[in-house]
Ligand binder design. Structure first.
Ligand code: CP3
Length: 356
């Protein structure tokens, strides 16, 4: 593998010394950028962007041209897997993702089978190769997937949700059926992430966006066990370089020990958990990624600078921190606040990293 010009992000994920704290932003390519909105309207829809490797490359590169970020992330979506399974993903304007054929009957669930990423999702691996080429070794590229539980939420509800009544009813009443969905989805996630790694992804992240909606016991059975299975199924090294894994359970702050035991190299942390306490619990086993409240970016550069300082000081001195938000950037964020965030992290974090 060609040597990367900037590997600070990968080093931090593996808790190696770095000269400063690396930073990237969840949903860094998206609707808060006017240049994204332009390409999206030319493409006709968000899904057309995802399914066209050339356009996916262009929007992946957009935030990197504006901000001095330390990582690129593949432009795609977690819902590509259920779409490839035939559920029919679509986006109704202003309503988020939906499925035409959500999983509602037993027969449908029994006939689900794992996807072959090199077949139905070749547009994703093509995008990874195309983005790697555009990056030219400048920055590492993050590949990603949803967690089986989070994907199951969308597959059963047919859309995003808050209470997940259909999902929970099935998990409690028909755990056999629910496990069947998780099993097929886990196998798909492993194959999908490994295909992204083989296409050139330098690190991978698993988004367990809805894991925090579960009880502690249900979290173990219906999410954490699958996260562990996935980490154990992933390609560990390519050409002698470790491919780090980040696991992000939103709302998972009370399960950090269990999450650190999944085989993840780093845990994503949302803003409801204190970074210093998280570090005290699991910082000797995993790196931490997070956790500024995305709402801070709705303010102004002075406030952003101050809040960046708070997050850096919450983590404290030394390696093992990747600066990020606690969830995706809002579409209402002024881009100049993101510029300030990235500059402030780079400037202020040097004092937290003793000379390397
Ligand atoms: O971080 C990045 O820049 C990479 C791209 C990325 C997208 N989605 C692009 C996107 C990533 C990593 C995702 C992950 C994703 N998608 C998650 C997990 C992370 C999280 O936010 O919890 C989830 C739950 C989804 C499903 C999904 N896709 C939702 C809920 C939505 C609607 C969000 C919204 O803000 O309206 C999407 C659409 C989506 N995915 C957009 C983008 C840029 C907005 C699409 C548009 O209208 O242009």
């Amino acid at each position: 593998m060609a040597q990367l010009q900037n590997d600070v992000f990968l080093r931090a994920l593996l808790r190696k010394p770095t000269p400063y704290t690396p930073v990237w932003i969840m949903r860094q390519a998206g609707r808060y950028l006017p240049e994204y909105n332009k390409i999206r309207s030319q493409a006709g829809s968000f899904l057309n962007l995802c399914k066209n490797p050339e356009l996916a490359t262009e929007v992946t590169m957009q935030p990197l041209d504006r901000f001095n970020l330390d990582a690129a992330i593949l432009f795609s979506d977690i819902l590509t897997i259920p779409d490839a399974m035939g559920l029919g993903l679509y986006f109704a304007d202003g309503e988020g993702p939906k499925f035409e054929r959500p999983l509602r009957d037993e027969k449908q669930i029994e006939s689900l089978s794992a996807i072959d990423p090199n077949d139905q999702l070749a547009y994703v691996t093509d995008a990874v190769r195309s983005i790697k080429k555009a990056l030219g070794g400048r920055l590492p590229l993050i590949g990603f997937s949803g967690s089986p539980f989070t994907l199951a939420c969308y597959m059963i509800e047919g859309k995003g949700g808050t209470e997940f009544h259909r999902v929970k009813k099935m998990a409690y009443q028909r755990p056999d059926l629910f496990q069947k969905i998780l099993e097929v989805t886990s196998a798909s996630v492993i194959a999908y992430l490994n295909a992204q790694i083989q296409a050139g992804a330098d690190a991978v992240m698993i988004f367990d966006t809805w894991g925090g909606s579960l009880t502690p016991r249900a979290f173990k059975t219906f999410s954490c066990d699958n996260l562990k299975q996935i980490c154990h199924g992933l390609i560990r090294e390519v050409d002698g370089e470790v491919i780090p894994r980040v696991v992000f359970t939103k709302g998972g702050g009370q399960w950090l020990e269990a999450l650190a035991g999944t085989g993840a190299d780093a845990l994503g942390i949302d803003w409801s958990t204190d970074l210093g306490s998280a570090r005290a619990k699991v910082g000797d086993r995993v790196a931490l990624q997070g956790n500024m409240d995305p709402a801070v970016l709705l303010t102004n550069p002075d406030v952003v600078k101050k809040e960046v300082g708070n997050v850096l000081s919450d983590f404290g001195s030394g390696s093992g921190h990747v600066f990020n938000l606690g969830h995706g950037v809002s579409q209402f964020t002024p881009p100049e606040n993101v510029l300030e965030l990235v500059e402030a992290v780079h400037e202020q974090s040097r004092s937290y990293h003793p000379a390397v």
